[in-house]
Design a protein around this ligand. Sequence first.
Ligand code: 13P
Length: 248
Amino acid sequence: MTSVEDRARLVLGNWKMHGSLAENAALLQALRAADPAAHCEIGVCVPFPYLAQTAEALQGSAVSWGAQDVSAHAKGAYTGEVSAAMLQEFGCRWALAGHSERRSLHGETDQVVADKASAALQAGLTPVVCVGESLAEREGGDTLGVIERQLEPILALGADALSRMVLAYEPVWAIGTGRTATPEQAQEVHGAIRVALRGLGAGQVRVLYGGSVKAANAASLFAMTDIDGALVGGASLVAEEFLRIAAI
Ligand code: 13P
């Protein structure tokens, strides 16, 4: 699609393994009152046990919610896994797939990540597929090659599937380190992803940036042509900071 690429900004929080019923209650109450900028959609991806609490607190608000992982399987003997249909029952809109912490700590392969994205799509969720290079890969000059390899099975799902997904570029070396990619470094990768998407007629797919995003650096990232929003870790645990990012 070379005509209109209407990519509304999306700011998603990834709480990772943080929170408690009591801590969440305060955070969710503040989020419930959110009044994001008209051009910005917002959501939070919370730990599985807190989905019911989140759904109840955010129902009817401007903030959508989702999970941080999803099984590639529909049902069966997969101890510990959570299916997309289960997430859907809790009103989830989003399911992260292939976060670098899942890839590195749980051995998720590029193909497994694509299978998870497919499973999410089948249940009507929007998968947020994460890609990103390690510091060694960047220093070895291999950044775009790594991104291309990680995206290959995702792009193979085709334009229709892609049009119902969100992608997120999260350089591993920028996650939780306070070391954000410069807007130019991020744009270089986002631009390459956009070229690949356009080649498949899916240029309208939103591509978020993640890695030490905070209110102080979000505006310069959002100013880049191919950065359509942010996947926010640490700063999403502080309502005021998160909502400031969504207000830009
Ligand atoms: P930080 O914002 O804490 O660096 O985390 C980024 C991230 O991994 C979001 O998914």
